[in-house]
Design a protein around this ligand. Structure first.
Ligand code: CP
Length: 334
């Protein structure tokens, strides 16, 4: 077990060894057990964390706020539109000041080509850990919660077929950060990962290369296909989820917004929906996962997300336990 985490930044799970990710999981399970038993875990007493959001959130914001309260600390929620960031204050100045006031800074900033750079710039100047609540490239808290959920349900993940499948959605243009973090992480646990999407929704080449390198090193595999049927066939876990077209919209695009985004290119892919018929071709005990929020009846039929194969609420709950583990290790550990 790796035990030295204090002060590290949490921007991308690739920055942590597998042993360190294992420790995060062990601490998550321990915190979950104590939470279930009503045992107090005041590991971060009197610590303050700043949560900066440039975009909307339900799970991420509340898992962090509830999580630090349960650890004995306190969170300040910061809507970036009400901060001097909105008047152009730099990430350097923001990070230096906030880290002098408290014990950690976390931010969600998903604008393509900007978010990850912003977080790294804050990390360069902050004297406290900086945590990524989702950027244009990575969503490490989500991927960690997904991994915890899979471990909880299956145990050893070696040779488990997990299919990350693009799905049609109209609600808003979603970042690529969830599938990117998943395809990088899952092969490190020996899983057979299939990434399926229509042409035009590719993940960046360097992501696929890194994912394949992880598979090579840890005994998993990575396959990319445009064939949705192949992804469902015999899968133990399916994760059908929309992401915006990085290929077509990378120039100056905002990948997250409140308004619907529908065009002819997208409409042509409406058949990429998770249905009961497709689920029937997977393993008989297949599990359906989704980071949520789901665009119901576009990404997935209600009967699937509300059906016996769905584990989305367990997955969402694990956002709390993994968030508490990461905060404990980075802010309170040694
Ligand atoms: N999965 C996830 O990050 O949810 P929120 O956007 O609600 O935080």
């Amino acid at each position: 077990m790796q035990s030295i985490f204090r002060g590290k930044h949490f921007i991308n799970l690739e920055d942590f060894t597998k042993e360190e990710v294992d420790t995060m999981l062990e601490v998550s399970f321990d915190l979950k057990k104590n939470f279930a038993m009503g045992v107090a875990t005041p590991y971060l007493q009197n610590q303050t964390m700043f949560l900066m959001f440039f975009e909307q959130s339900t799970r991420t914001r509340n898992s962090m706020e509830a999580g630090i309260a349960q650890l004995g600390g306190h969170a300040n929620f910061l809507d970036s539109s009400n901060m001097q960031v909105a008047h152009g204050e730099t990430p350097k100045d923001t990070a230096i000041i906030l880290s002098r006031f408290g014990h950690a800074i976390a931010a969600r900033y998903c604008n393509w080509g900007i978010g990850n750079q912003y977080l790294n710039e804050m990390a360069k100047w902050s004297t406290a850990p900086v945590m990524n609540l989702q950027c244009d490239l990575y969503h490490p808290f989500q991927a960690l919660a997904d991994l915890m959920t899979m471990k909880e349900k299956i145990g050893d993940l070696k040779r488990v077929k997990v299919s990350i499948i693009w799905a049609y959605a109209e609600s808003h243009k979603k970042p690529i950060s969830v599938p990117v973090s998943q395809i990088l992480l899952f092969p490190r646990y020996g899983m057979d990962v299939v990434l399926a999407h229509p042409k035009g929704w590719e993940l960046p080449g360097w992501v696929i290369e890194q994912a394949k390198a992880n598979a090579e090193r840890f005994g998993g595999s990575v396959k990319v296909t445009h064939n949705e049927e192949e992804a469902y066939e015999g899968a133990h876990i399916v994760i059908p989820k929309n992401w915006g077209s990085w290929v077509n919209d990378q120039t100056g695009a905002t990948t997250v917004g409140a308004s619907k985004v529908i065009d002819d290119r997208l409409l042509a892919q409406k058949s990429w929906k998770c249905t009961e018929a497709k689920m029937a071709t997977a393993d008989k005990d297949v599990m359906y996962m989704h980071a949520l929020p789901a665009d119901r009846n576009n990404e997935v039929e209600d009967s699937v997300i509300d059906g016996p194969h769905s584990i989305v609420y367990d997955e969402a709950e694990n956002r709390l336990h993994t968030a508490k583990a990461v905060m404990t290790l980075l802010m309170g550990g040694r």
